[in-house]
Design a binder for this molecule. Structure first.
Ligand code: GAR
Length: 196
């Protein structure tokens, strides 16, 4: 009997460069699929990513998201193994976590608990890091709870900040770490889930 592939779904609100890195990484895999990309923005760049990689995408609004009935399995028939927030900016309601057996993970562009919480996303994070004169920053991949950027840390990676680095240079360094590590951490977690 052939084993079923493991399925990831991605939630993203913006450009979707992390979603693209994840889709590219698993493109040639038979045993791991990106089964869907969900977005809360009808004009998000991540929709182009979904089209490029021929992944079905689904746009939802705030009312649907907050509904206790919101369930990925209403959109995707096959069992989903891992839910990945990659630049997804809405807070996660408890009902979403209760409705899904699959773990939900998020990536954040700083070394949490530093520079996390409400309003801390994307460039706002890198601006705060620069303003504080930090000499290093990085990425955090963590399990999702109902609180912004909380939940157990699964993985962190660091990069140095030179005094001459501007905010955009910091962003590029951090996103470079994201593209390298996020797909590998996803693969590791799926392997761990497979062997129980
Ligand atoms: C990423 O850097 C991600 O870490 C960050 O948003 C960016 C999305 O970029 N997420 C957060 O700030 C969450 N608090 P992308 O759409 O190009 O992947």
């Amino acid at each position: 009997m052939t084993e079923q592939p493991q399925r990831i779904v991605i939630f993203a609100s913006g450009r979707g460069s992390n979603a693209a890195a994840i889709c590219a990484y698993f493109h040639a895999y038979d045993h791991i699929n990106v089964a869907g990309i969900f977005t809360n923005k009808a004009d998000a760049g991540v929709i182009e990513v979904a089209n490029k990689f021929r992944v079905p995408h689904y746009v939802f609004n705030r009312e649907e998201w907050r509904s206790p009935l919101f369930n990925i399995q209403n959109y995707i028939a096959e069992k989903v193994d891992l839910i990945v927030l990659a630049g997804f900016l809405w807070q996660v309601p408890d009902s979403f976590l209760q409705n899904h057996d699959a773990p939900v993970i998020n990536i954040h562009p700083s070394l949490l608990p530093k520079y996390g919480g409400k309003g801390m996303y994307g460039m706002h994070v890198h601006e705060a890091v620069k303003a504080a004169g930090e000499t290093e920053t990085g990425i955090t991949i963590h399990k999702v709870t109902t609180q912004y950027d909380e939940g157990p840390v699964l993985f962190q990676a660091k990069c140095a900040i030179a005094p001459t680095d501007d905010v955009d240079t910091i962003r590029k360094k951090v996103q470079g770490l994201e593209y390298i590590h996020f797909p590998k951490v996803i693969e590791f977690l799926l392997t761990a889930l497979r062997i129980g």
